[in-house]
Every structure is written in structure tokens, then in C-alpha cells.
Design a protein around this ligand. Structure first.
Ligand code: GDP
Length: 327
């Protein structure tokens, strides 16, 4: 069973963790957005890659959704003594990841190879692939001007009104070859419940990525990031409204309609099922809120089984009663 997941940070990382529990990490290829990457104090920071990697390594901070559980912020306190207060806080242990990644990049190693090395050292068996080794950066065009993604998201706490999003460098970037091959040979492809504009669209903007999905033999399933018209966390719903789209699960399904076969709708939105089905998309209605590890594994299992139902040749899905006890 080869499962490919398209993801950003927190929402997608939770589903990846559930998939690791239900189908096994070694069957997972995770294609991660890197358009949120940025440089701070000369360090290369890849927030989504790290969230996915820390989550699968079991060391993610469950409260903040970013960084490492139990991390300290001595470097931040020391910077404060120098009179500097960076708007982006990096934990002391987290800093080690950025130091090593930056040094290896300077030595000429590709981001994908560095990610493989870091993940291996943390004992992660899933294949975590940055969407590209090239530089792509999300620029947010707002009523207060143009901002790089992290400035908009962290410093301005996503308050300015967004007019459009620009994925700088995407058109010239080369998508990760391993990712393209994985899509071709996948049994199931999942678009995680990640921010459609800030996490999934930058991946789809890479040349050849959308075609790879259109040509994929595997069923493609998207899991809604919108429940009852709102995002579980972050600016997805606010962005939809600002971009002139209704903030609903239907609009998410519409957004992906040209390449998905199935859509996982939250049970709180069950009334929207006929609307999505009328687009020719299969619908699974279930509880999509991943409140704990058990909920992550259950949702992952249901998504895999849903994909199996959409496939002409059944592979046999995931047995909910056989989920490991830690789930
Ligand atoms: P980011 O890069 O850290 O912002 O993370 P993502 O783009 O992966 O995830 C953010 C999106 O995930 C938001 O739109 C949330 O609504 C969605 N999300 C987070 N947790 C859950 C959950 O438990 N269930 C569902 N259905 N969506 C979720």
C-alpha cells in the first residue's frame, strides 16, 4: 500500500500521524509545502517540514502546533538582553534543526537530502519530501501592502485583509522528482486538511504537479479543513471570504474538483453532501476533528477505506479494530 499525502503544517501533520498509526509509516510519502520557508538570523527555517517531522517523531509541541514539546527559549531571553525581540520565537532544541539544515545547505546539500537525513536521525520511517528543492515563497498581497508569508502570519497575526496570493518562484521551480514518481505509483492520494491557499496551492503551482494528479491512477481524496464554515485553526476561512469565496466545505471541494475523486466532509456539515455529490465527487461524511491520537488514527483509517471503495480493484483497507494500542 503506497499512500501519498499533500500537506502543510499542523492540520496535515495530525492526519499523517493517524496514517502512520493505521497503515504504517513505511507506506507513507508526504509531500510538504515549503513556500512558508524563510530566513531568520541567517538560518533557513522550514516550518511545515519541521511540524510534520516532529509530529511523526513524537516530539511535536501539541499545544502550540509548532516547535518541540518541553523546549526552552533561553536563546530568545538572551536576545532580549541584547535589546532584540524577534517576532518569531525559536526554541533552543528547535534551533539545532535550523543550525544543521542551514550548515548542510551552505555545504551544497539539497533540502530533500537534508530532510531525509534529519528525519532518519529522529527515527521517522515515513518519506518526507519537500515539494521542491528550489526557492518558492508565498507573498501575501493585502490592504496594508505586500508581505512575506511569515510576516503576515506571525508578525501581523493574519489580520490584514488579503487581496491575492503570489507563489514567488513557483513557475520556475522543479517539483521534487521523487514526489512525482510517488504520485504515479500511489495506491491512494490524500489532500490533507491543510490551508488550501497557503499550504496546498503552492504545491499545486509547481510545473507538472497538477498534471501528475490528473494522470494519477490512484483515487484522490481531499479532507476538509473547514467545519461549519470555519477553520479549525488559522486563517483558511477568513482567507476564503477575503478572496470572494464562500467559506464552506462545498467551496473547498469545488477548489479541488478537477482532480479529486472523493471528499471527506465533516458530520457537522452533513447537509452539504448532496451539493458535493452533484459535482460528481464521492463523499464520506464523518467526524473530521482530530482531537487526540485516537481520532487521528480513526479518521486516517476511514479515509484509506473510503479510497479503497472508490478503486475498481480493492486492496483491502485498514482494520479499525486492529489499530495499535497507542492510537
Ligand atoms: P499550517 O501550515 O500550520 O497552517 O497547517 P495546515 O495548512 O496543515 O493546517 C491548517 C488547516 O488545518 C486549517 O485550515 C484548519 O482548519 C485545518 N485543521 C486543523 N486541525 C484540523 C482537524 O482536526 N480537522 C480538520 N478537519 N481540519 C483541521
Amino acid at each position: 500500500m503506497n499512500v501519498v499525502v499533500f500537506t502543510g503544517g499542523v492540520g496535515g501533520a495530525k492526519l499523517c500521524d493517524g496514517l502512520a498509526c493505521s497503515v504504517g509509516e513505511e507506506h507513507l510519502t508526504i509531500i510538504v509545502n515549503t513556500a512558508d520557508d524563510f530566513e531568520l538570523y541567517g538560518l533557513h527555517i522550514s516550518p511545515d517540514l519541521d511540524t510534520v517531522m516532529y509530529t511523526l517523531a513524537g516530539i511535536a509541541n501539541p499545544v502550540t502546533g509548532w516547535g518541540i514539546e518541553g523546549d526552552t527559549f533561553n536563546n530568545f531571553d538572551m536576545l532580549a538582553r541584547y535589546g532584540v525581540s524577534p517576532w518569531f520565537r525559536l526554541g533552543d532544541r528547535d534551533l539545532a534543526t535550523h543550525l544543521l539544515r542551514t550548515q548542510l545547505l551552505r555545504e551544497g546539500m539539497q533540502l530533500s537530502a537534508i530532510t531525509r537525513l534529519l528525519a532518519q536521525r529522529l527515527g521517522v520511517k515515513a518519506r518526507i519530501l519537500p515539494m521542491t528543492d528550489d526557492r518558492v515563497r508565498t507573498v501575501v498581497d493585502t490592504d496594508e501592502g505586500l508581505f512575506h508569508f511569515q510576516e503576515y502570519f506571525v508578525r501581523l497575526r493574519w489580520q490584514p485583509e488579503v487581496r491575492s496570493l503570489i507563489y514567488e518562484g513557483a513557475e520556475e521551480a522543479h517539483p521534487n522528482d521523487e514526489a512525482l514518481r510517488a504520485i504515479e505509483t500511489a495506491d491512494t492520494i490524500i489532500i490533507a486538511p491543510s490551508n488550501l491557499y497557503l499550504s496546498i496551492d503552492p504545491i499545486l503551482a509547481l510545473p507538472g504537479m497538477k498534471d501528475a494528479l490528473l494522470n494519477a491512477a490512484a483515487p484522490i481524496i481531499a479532507v476538509t479543513p473547514i467545519i461549519s464554515g470555519e477553520a479549525v485553526k488559522g486563517p483558511a476561512a477568513k482567507l476564503m471570504r477575503e478572496l470572494g469565496v464562500e467559506s464552506s466545505a462545498v467551496a473547498v471541494a469545488q477548489h479541488y474538483a478537477d482532480f479529486i475523486n472523493g471528499f471527506v466532509l465533516d458530520q457537522r456539515d452533513a447537509a452539504l453532501e448532496p451539493h458535493i455529490a452533484s459535482m460528481g465527487i464521492g463523499v464520506l461524511v464523518t467526524d473530521t476533528l482530530m482531537t487526540d491520537r485516537k481520532a487521528r488514527a480513526r479518521l486516517a483509517c476511514e479515509v484509506v477505506n473510503f479510497a479503497d471503495r472508490l478503486r475498481p480493484e480493492k486492496l483491502g483497507g485498514c482494520r479499525m479494530d486492529l489499530l495499535p494500542p497507542q492510537a
